[in-house]
Design a protein around this ligand. Structure first.
Ligand SMILES: NC(=O)c1ccc[n+]([C@@H]2O[C@H](COP(=O)([O-])OP(=O)(O)OC[C@H]3O[C@@H](n4cnc5c(N)ncnc54)[C@H](O)[C@@H]3O)[C@@H](O)[C@H]2O)c1
Length: 493
């Protein structure tokens, strides 16, 4: 359903979709180009925010805040497939100011040649297609994490950005902690604590049941459901809430590993300095402690077997113990990163600081501070230099892909007894230790894993250069989604 304010009204919808289908079949969605070369340095950068029920709202206020500080940037357009979200905010943002254009369909937004940059905070399954279409239309892009819904998509955004010379920032704002986390990264990489033994990413973040719908649910009348589903499957709505709870479905989300966890996955990989996927990955976990319509794991370990030092990621959606409100912590971090080195360790407990400890646990140095990630994007839009970006799309692709490969192993797994799992992972001491703590945590939540079994995924070997699995066709087939016309993510050569 199109809201009255939608600028699509000028184009006969059927004709437009027909054109779009024909064009996307040729793998390029053509739209008028914005010419950055013609912009003078002080000229206003017009940003369009796409999807803003949740996170996108901070995009709007982020750019508006920069404008208030005197930066020549303005939110000139908004796009959301839910007219109840769109109309209210478009009216608010236009009050007493220049009119903010409102769009339901991103394709119509991208035809607006006055828009220079597009800031995307839609659900994950839309990230790659929206980014690539925007790049092809000549726009710079800020895209939320995870930048992709599957591994292949992320690489296509990188290729499109390079091919068209566009600036593409990933929404991993911890990367803008230059005085903080980056200080810790440089310290560790200087060898000050000896060699890195292990990087741990932690996502201990409470996630309650989303309930059981029990029957097909009605899509809110204000939502254009075909557009909402976009490149994903268009099936019946079988969860109570359309918005937000998609995070816990495989069709549109990537679980907490690819939601909160991608931030910490990215920080952990930043410390390791790895610029490719790991040559081996496996995962163990389950959706435990309640029965609901969610599909993704709420309790999970992912082992990324980098040769120099592994990256182990832990997800816990259940609290410290049954009925408790608090979440677990490890070395003071709950949603954070711990980098274990020969002579000490560094803890990143939040998005803006890092603390180094010696081997006895005594604090030896601390770094703190964060820049504005949106401001960094705008700076790079002006300089046209991707090296000015704190979170270039390549970084976003690699860290998102580490979440996806972990989930692929998990989804290909089999339910096993705790003893069988312990036996299979015992060659990897760090994994065995993490699994031991996972078992204890589940016990405290009164989850009996001898009956409510955990799923252990296979060890998947990866060719990091090709970004393809080796010797496992099933896993390989899960690196790329199947798309629904006309929402096909194009292959970029
Ligand atoms: N960087 C961060 O700290 C951070 C924090 C929260 C969420 N996020 C990311 O932001 C994204 C959005 O998450 P959320 O929790 O706000 O989700 P949400 O479901 O609450 O909101 C998504 C919005 O996008 C709209 N939408 C869906 N498809 C669209 C399309 N094709 N075009 C325009 N609008 C569309 C929906 O109507 C909705 O208003 C996710 O990818 C999430 O991972 C990032």
């Amino acid at each position: 359903m199109q809201p009255a304010t939608d600028s699509n009204v000028g184009t006969p919808r059927r004709q437009f979709l027909k054109q779009a289908t024909a064009l996307t079949a040729g793998s390029v969605f053509y739209i008028a180009r914005t010419s950055w070369a013609q912009k003078s340095p002080g000229e206003t950068i017009n940003v369009a925010v796409v999807g803003f029920k949740g996170r996108g709202s901070s995009h709007i206020s982020g750019y508006a805040g920069l404008g208030k500080k005197g930066e020549a940037v303005r939110v000139a357009a908004l796009c959301d497939v839910d007219s109840s979200v769109l109309n209210k905010r478009a009216a608010e943002e236009s009050k007493g100011k220049e009119k903010v254009e409102a769009y339901t369909d991103i394709r119509k937004l991208l035809e607006n040649k006055d828009i220079d940059a597009v800031s995307i905070a839609t659900p994950n399954h839309w990230h790659a297609l929206a980014s690539i279409w925007a790049i092809q239309a000549g726009k710079d892009v800020y895209v939320e994490k995870p930048v992709s819904h599957c591994v292949w998509e992320g690489r296509q955004i990188v290729k499109a950005a390079r091919k068209h010379g566009k600036i593409v920032q990933t929404g991993t704002q911890a990367r803008s902690s230059r005085e903080g986390i980056f200080g810790g990264v440089k310290f560790v990489q200087s060898g000050a604590l000896g060699k890195i033994k292990l990087a741990r990413g932690l996502c201990y973040k409470r996630r309650d049941s989303i309930g059981l719908a029990g029957s097909v649910q009605e899509v809110p009348a204000t939502v254009d459901y075909d557009l909402w589903c976009g490149p994903g499957p268009k099936g019946d709505l079988t969860r109570k809430k359309l918005h937000y709870d998609w995070h816990w479905t495989w069709a549109y989300g990537n679980g907490d590993l690819g939601n909160q966890g991608i931030h910490q996955m990215d920080i952990a990989r930043w410390f390791l300095g790895e610029m490719a996927l790991a040559p081996a990955v496996w995962s163990v976990g389950g959706r435990l402690g309640y029965k609901d319509d969610g599909e993704t794991a709420n309790t999970q370990i992912v082992y990324q077997g980098y040769e120099k030092a592994p990256l182990i990621f832990e997800v816990r959606g259940l609290p410290q113990k049954k009925g408790a409100k608090d979440m677990d912590k490890l070395r003071g971090a709950g949603v954070g990163v711990i980098v274990e080195c020969e002579n000490g360790y560094v803890v990143v407990p939040n998005y803006n600081s890092a603390i180094a400890y010696d081997i006895s646990g005594k604090e030896i140095q601390k770094w703190q501070g964060a820049d504005d990630h949106f401001a960094n994007f705008i700076t790079a839009c002006r300089s046209r230099n991707i090296e000015d970006l704190h979170a270039d799309i390549l970084e976003g692709h690699l860290s998102s892909a580490l979440c996806h490969t972990g989930n692929i192993s998990y989804r290909l797994g089999e339910q096993k007894s705790p003893e069988a799992i312990a036996e299979e992972i015992k060659a990897q001491p760090f994994a065995e230790e993490a699994f031991g703590r996972m078992k204890e945590h589940l016990k405290l939540n009164e989850v009996d894993i001898s009956s409510d079994k955990l799923t252990l995924g296979p060890v998947l070997k990866m060719d990091p250069q090709a970004e393809r699995f080796i010797g496992n066709d099933k896993a390989d087939g899960m690196l790329k989604n199947k798309y629904r016309e006309p929402y096909v993510v194009p292959e970029i050569s």
